[in-house]
Design a protein around this ligand. Sequence first.
Ligand SMILES: [Zn+2]
Length: 287
Amino acid sequence: MMENVTPNVRTETHSRGCNPSYVTTSGGVVVIDTPQLPTKALAMRAEAESHGPIQYVINTEHHVDHIFGNYYFKGAGQVIHHKGVYDNFMVPTPLLDPFDYAREAIPMNDPEGAGIFPERDVYFVDPNKAQIVFTGDVTLKVGDHTFNLIWTPGHTPGQVAVHVPEERVVFTGDTVFSEVQTWVMASDVDQWIEALNTISRLDVDHVIPGHGPVTDLRYLQTQKAVLLEWKSAVAMAVAKGWSRDETIARVNFADRYPVDIGQEYMMGYIQRHNAGILWDKLSANQE
Ligand SMILES: [Zn+2]
């Protein structure tokens, strides 16, 4: 069930994956991040197309929960994302194979989607990556609406915030985890804080986060505090001479927020890797 944020802006905050959204304009529809679950992706595409043709599909970052659903939006306008998204699109890392992560969600969260979930080799023939790849910032004009794609690296290298001034809305991707656990992992925390500063200077009423409920600019300070807490707690651990394992055992913010819907089983993974990867960087003087 999609939620109306403004008369032209809809988002979905209640199913597994990111908060996929779309904006209706006099010139068609713009989709911002696609649903990870197949049946949700097809349903959102149909709903969006009932308001007019989809002109663009924008991805705010390369993480699987923001891009996997692109597969179900083939032929629906042009896909546009930052070069940092393009270069990392569904690329496995030592920690996670994004295709496996998308597949493991199906029996748990979308059993009806099993029949339309592709085989790996079929999927990678055309996962619907961008036709338009950019660096820096980009502005799109669609009908009477403006879409400012603002490069805000930190959570990921190709992160963008999508500011729609006519709706007084910004879509941040995972630069904002609203009242749910923050996946710090390999992020650049200092850049991420600068990204929050950039977004906080926008003149908007609504912040549509990557995960969790729609919020406002005040929450950006809470997000900043969460990042600084993680970093200072691990920095203090390094200062005390704690080993990586000791740090993982002792630095833990699991009691602060739940994990976003459908990924509750990842709580231990998030705590372990947030602490462990920060320890790697801080103990090597790379953060
Ligand atoms: Zn996400």
